[in-house]
Design a protein around this ligand. Structure first.
Ligand code: GDG
Length: 467
């Protein structure tokens, strides 16, 4: 088959994740997959530097690390408050995770969000060359495509949403929801994590924009775009390698020593209210209450590095988890056993892989999650001869693919309790069969599959336009 020359790729996301060159070390799967594509196409990863300056200058800092060019800009402290901590993380994040009760609708946030998106458009525009593919990521940047179009950019531009898309009626609570959604029509391809998210988007388009859906095509007025479900995967092969690295083996060995023959349940999440950590602790508490014979035989290791600490709802979830883990430990602990090891810090990736492998159960209970990569990493890290069991919330995007996990409703402590009991008693053959089915999916729909699916769709739109 004739190889098409690869278009140069420009990736835009709030933060850039330049390759660190550590291979199976600390680099996330997303960075690995996108870096490979950027390297092959001599592309650019554009985003915010994470730094603030008193006055915005628009100066771009170019760097080159391990063959990948990154281009970053500094923002003002007010931008950080209104755009990042404000509209992105206090308005859109809660609303898109179905938490309208936590969403704050400040007009200043919306203005800051618009201003920063305009800043991104103004600084990015001169970097874009004729045949570049532009791929914009996530809820921080919904309007960026439309702002680039206003500046005359005619390139193929795609957008991928990493978080859920809310049901249509819920989205109506966002002031200017229509304006926000209409900015998506500026893209050639819009990608969602799940069919569920895509259907919610379709509902909005039909009901609010009087649009029409025909397969992957979404038409509103005279504008037609492609909208697809394109579930993100992990760098599975690399994660399997990481789980067999010497750091992972050592972590596994140390963990096994420290578990002292007890069964370990593992949870790993950014400390975020969407991850269902309270519900997880309550479900585990139910298990302890109704299985007194298991005290001292099992424990939960919850790794939860704090995130977004400037936002009040994150401070609140942190205090309630401190209180809840303390209460459960106080009620059930013995001099030689603590039921929950609750750790507020992060660990290197290969060490984490070794810890996953030592756990009998991966407990993943988000109330809503775009995908949830931890579920896939837990599967990839297992020993095929003696795999652990994944307990997975049906509200994680990953549940559409990992249908052989034990799927639970995280709102029900009973469900979590029963699934823990079922997993701990599960015969080896059933564990292997469930794991194999999940692993087949994790391996085949990995992060490179995801990237190709999206960029192929984006290149395809151009071919259609030219035909
Ligand atoms: C968003 C969406 C979607 C966590 N603790 C440590 C650590 N992690 C790593 C995990 C995993 C990543 O962070 C978390 O990814 P998730 O997918 O679970 O969740 P979000 O951060 O909310 O990501 C989500 C994702 O975007 C991708 O589209 O799946 O739905 O919300 O890779 O391993 N990594 C290390 N140490 C830690 O302590 N090294």
């Amino acid at each position: 088959m004739e190889q098409r020359p690869m278009s140069r790729l420009i990736i835009v996301s709030n933060r850039v994740q330049p390759p660190s060159g550590e291979g199976g070390g600390n680099q996330g799967g997303l960075a690995v997959a996108l870096s490979a594509a950027l390297r092959e196409s001599s592309g650019i990863w554009f985003g915010w530097s994470g730094e603030t300056v008193d006055e915005f200058t628009g100066k771009i800092d170019f760097q080159r690390n391990f063959g990948v060019t990154t281009a970053t800009i500094d923002l003002e402290p007010q931008d950080l408050d209104e755009y990042y901590n404000g509209y992105a993380n206090r308005t859109l994040w809660p609303l898109f995770h179905y938490r309208v009760d936590l969403a704050e609708f400040e007009s200043g946030f919306a203005e800051g969000y618009e201003r920063v998106n305009q800043r991104f458009a103004d600084t990015l525009e001169p970097l874009i060359e004729t045949d570049d593919l532009v791929w914009i990521h996530d809820y921080h940047m919904f309007p960026l495509g439309a702002r680039l179009r206003q500046k005359g950019i005619r390139n193929r531009i795609g957008f991928f949403l990493h978080i859920p898309w809310p049901p249509y009626r819920l989205l109506l609570s966002l002031p200017n929801h229509r304006e926000l959604v209409e900015t998506l029509l500026a893209y050639d391809v819009v990608g969602f994590q799940t069919r569920d998210a895509l259907e919610c988007f379709h509902d909005y388009v039909r009901n609010e924009l009087s649009g029409a859906i025909d397969g992957d095509r979404v038409t509103v007025g005279d504008r037609t775009i492609t909208a697809i479900a394109c579930p993100i995967g992990i760098d599975a092969e690399n994660f399997v390698e990481a789980s067999q690295s010497s750091a992972a083996r050592y972590a596994h060995y140390r963990m096994r020593q420290s578990t002292n023959g007890r069964d370990m349940i593992i949870g790993v999440d950014r400390l975020d209210y969407s991850k269902g950590l309270e519900e997880r602790f309550l479900g585990y508490e139910r298990y302890l209450s109704s299985n007194a014979g298991q005290h001292g035989e099992v424990f939960l290791l919850q790794i939860a590095p704090p995130s977004r600490g400037d936002v009040q709802s994150y401070q609140e979830i942190r205090s309630s988890l401190d209180a809840l883990s303390g209460r459960i430990n106080g009620a059930f602990a013995d001099v030689e056993w603590v039921p929950i090891r609750y750790v507020n810090r992060g660990y290197p990736r290969d060490k984490l892989a070794g810890i996953y492998r030592a756990a009998k159960i991966g407990l993943v209970t988000p109330l809503r999650d775009g995908m949830n990569l931890v579920a896939k990493e837990y599967i990839a890290a297992q020993d095929p001869e003696d795999p652990g069991v994944l307990i997975l919330s049906r509200f994680a995007g990953a549940a559409e693919q990992l249908t052989d996990a034990l799927l639970i409703n995280p709102h029900s402590p009973e469900d979590i309790c029963d699934a823990i009991a079922q997993a701990l008693a599960m015969p080896l053959e059933e564990r292997q069969a469930r794991w194999r089915a999940c692993m087949d999916n994790v391996m085949s729909q990995d992060v490179v599959w995801w990237r190709k699916r999206f960029t192929d769709a984006l290149e395809g739109t151009a071919a259609a336009a030219a035909a």
